[in-house]
Design a protein around this ligand. Structure first.
Ligand code: PNS
Length: 187
């Protein structure tokens, strides 16, 4: 176990199963892991910072050495304020590498004492990203298995109309108990 604090920064809009997998892996390696949500007023997020904070807190409540926080401005400065020694980032595929390398080297230039540590999420999540989850959900598509249940529920609430439209188009009948069955088309 690595002594000290590590930061896992990101947008988490929304948290995916890949993020959660990485948090669980990170929690086993670092003494304390701070999951830090960027408060970025430039982007228009799907979930507010408060919603993302609440979801992440609910999802990580069982991990005693994990804390959820938000930050603004330069990540390295936030890390310094916490006296963190490591930044944790996930790499899913080679396509992530270039951006992550640039960011890690820029952060090292800004703060040479801060080390970036990369971990790989489970391969079954290697194609899962918040952006694609948002895209699928916005079109009313299923995101089961890609995001935790609490996130799936929140997406359904937020995108109620999109789901209603999709389900009507595809003749999906909601069944009490949560399962859905396809209606038989009349001949
Ligand atoms: O989940 P994301 O969107 O890939 O996370 C990117 C994040 C938040 C880690 C990155 O944009 C960041 O650290 N932003 C804070 C501003 C900063 O420090 N920029 C310089 C990074 S080289």
């Amino acid at each position: 176990m690595h002594k000290g604090i590590a930061i896992y920064p990101g947008s988490f809009d929304p948290t995916t199963n890949g993020h959660l997998d990485l948090i669980e892996r990170g929690a086993k390696i670092f003494e304390e892991l701070v999951v830090a949500i960027l408060r970025n007023s430039e982007k228009t997020p799907m979930f507010s910072v408060a919603e993302r904070l609440e979801m992440l807190r609910a999802l990580t409540g069982h991990l005693k050495n994990v804390r959820i926080d938000t930050f603004d401005g330069l990540m390295v400065e936030y890390a310094k304020s916490l006296e963190a020694t490591c930044i944790l980032r996930g790499i899913r595929a080679i396509s992530d590498y270039e951006y992550e390398l640039q960011m890690a080297l820029m952060n090292r230039k800004l703060e040479p004492t801060l080390e970036t540590v990369f971990m790989m999420p489970a391969d079954k999540y290697s194609y899962v990203s918040s952006r694609l989850v948002r895209e699928v959900a916005q079109a009313g598509g299923p995101v089961k298995g890609l995001v935790p249940e609490v996130v799936e529920q929140k997406l359904r609430e937020k995108l109620e109309l999109a789901y209603k439209f999709h389900d009507e188009m595809h003749q999906v009948t909601p069944v009490p108990g949560g399962k859905e069955k396809k209606r038989k088309k009349k001949s």
